[in-house]
Write a protein that binds this ligand. Structure first.
Ligand SMILES: [Zn+2]
Ligand SMILES: [Zn+2]
Length: 477
């Protein structure tokens, strides 16, 4: 079995490409995609980073052998630019049709004539060709050394998400356990959930709910990361946690501080509880656990081949890394959380809300929306060192108020949105606004995210992360 190769295309780039390839004239048109790359045990992902439109009659002209072709100068200019930017050159054209597409004999003959020379210019990177129909894509990728691979699928991580194949896919026989929900999104939807690898960053109050929902829905593979152990005061919010997990007999108020500290040190990991909850829901599920912090590069790397990411940790550093993962690896995501603000002087409750923020590649990010504070990033780096020095000397942590139902509102909404987007039930053109739930006012608000075109965290410029893949460092330690 060879490694599957796939392509991810940010929604805005896909819109531009579709507009050029299918203007309604039923004719062929051409373009070039420059793509970053990311490889893992799940396969190689090509990550569309830039689109160069081939102008009809200038760059895309009647062919000598086939119907149309890219001019030699257009090809040369683009392959040299790709090689110097360390990006994969992909020549694009279109055929008529809707749900299936294939290269013609002329197409393959032209690859065989031209691609060995292109590989020489590509300086060790693959080169390839893509042919699109309105809802299908086929790809012929040439690797250095001459081996050829077929593109398995293309994924547009927008709202709704789109999966394009060369031929329509058949659904497998249904698992009767999922009959009731498969009646909503079909056996194909259930297959898609089983094939998904979803990352959950932080499995405390909010993350534990997300794990429960995903596992019960039938998601096949989870990656969870959380450096913390369960505490007695987490049990009212962490799904599946017990007093035994928290070593309540050692950590109760009647114990001496020394014994309590010992209990806290040996209490169950939150990731362990999350994995247990997931397996109770779905015996076949794969759960990868990491007891590190996503702010560390080795932990962040585990999420680079996920299909969706949920951020349920509340540090600024985790927001920064999550935000970078979404854009650099073109993985759609959602940030969830709940916040209660209390007056420090008199304890009066000032503000209560839950949030669900969809974060889609190329659609504006947590950084350009002011949700990652550079000041707090610095603070976190400082207090972390301090905490390490003081860890077992004094208990100085002050916890903010937190309630399971506040988390549940945001988490259920976020997982619902993921589910509807993945299975194609989300109506096209639905808002990607941040949602804010206000339980005191019994109200709901939408905040439209901004997109700063010069943002280096989500932009596609030379320094931007969009689609850069493993060619750029993550902002993790
Ligand atoms: Zn063709
Ligand atoms: Zn941004």
């Amino acid at each position: 079995m060879t490694t599957p190769w796939s392509l991810r295309i940010p929604p805005a780039l896909m819109d531009r490409l579709t507009g050029h390839l299918f203007p309604g004239d039923n004719d062929e048109h051409g373009a070039v995609i420059a793509a970053g790359m990311a490889a893992s045990s799940r396969g190689v992902r090509l990550l569309a980073r830039a689109l160069v439109i081939a102008e009809d009659g200038v760059d895309y002209v009647p062919g000598k052998r086939g119907y149309r072709m890219l001019t030699a100068s257009f090809v040369t200019e683009n392959i040299l630019r790709c090689a110097s930017d360390r990006l994969v050159y992909l020549a694009v054209h279109c055929h008529e049709g809707r749900n299936s597409v294939a290269f013609s004999g002329d197409d393959f003959a032209s690859h065989e004539r031209g691609y060995p020379a292109l590989l020489d210019l590509a300086e060790g990177l693959p080169v390839g060709a893509l042919v699109f129909a309105t809802n299908a894509v086929a790809g012929d990728i040439w690797l250095p050394g001459g081996q050829r691979v077929v593109l398995e699928h293309a994924h547009v991580p927008g709202r709704p998400q789109r999966l394009l194949h060369a031929q329509p896919r058949l659904s497998s026989s249904a698992d009767p356990a999922y009959d009731r929900q498969a009646r909503l999104f079909g056996d194909r939807g259930q297959d898609m959930l089983r094939e998904q690898k979803v990352g959950v960053i932080g499995v405390g109050g909010a993350g534990s709910l997300i794990v429960e929902y995903l596992a019960r829905l039938g998601v096949g593979h989870l990656v969870v990361a959380d450096p913390e152990r369960i505490e007695l005061s987490n049990i009212p919010r962490v799904v599946g946690s017990t007093r035994r997990d928290a070593l309540a007999w050692l950590t109760g108020p009647s114990r001496s501080p020394r014994i309590r500290q010992l209990g806290e040190r040996w209490a169950c990991r939150k990731t362990h509880i999350a994995a247990r909850v997931a397996r109770q829901a779905n015996r076949g599920i794969i759960v990868e656990k990491d007891v590190g912090d996503v702010a560390d590069d080795s932990v962040a790397q585990r999420f680079t081949d996920c299909d969706f990411l949920f951020l349920a940790a509340d540090s600024m550093r985790s927001r920064l890394v999550f935000n970078a993962l979404v854009h650099q690896y073109l993985i759609p995501g959602a940030q969830v959380g709940a916040k209660v603000t209390v007056d420090k002087e008199n304890g009066e409750v000032l503000d209560v809300f839950s949030v669900h923020r969809p974060v889609m590649p190329g659609r504006g990010c947590l950084w350009c929306n002011g949700l990652i504070s550079p000041g707090r990033l610095q603070e976190e780096a400082l207090t972390e060192t301090e905490r390490r020095q003081q860890r077992y000397i004094q208990d100085s942590t002050v916890h903010a108020p937190s309630v399971i139902t506040l988390n549940a509102v945001a988490c259920a909404h976020a997982v619902d949105d993921y589910l509807f987007s993945l299975t194609g039930l989300l109506a096209p053109g639905t808002s990607d606004a941040y949602r804010r739930f206000l339980p005191r006012e019994a109200d709901f608000m939408l905040d439209n995210p901004r997109r700063d075109p010069d943002c280096t965290e989500c932009g596609a410029g030379p320094k931007g992360r969009l689609g850069a893949g493993s060619g750029m460092r993550l902002p993790a330690r």
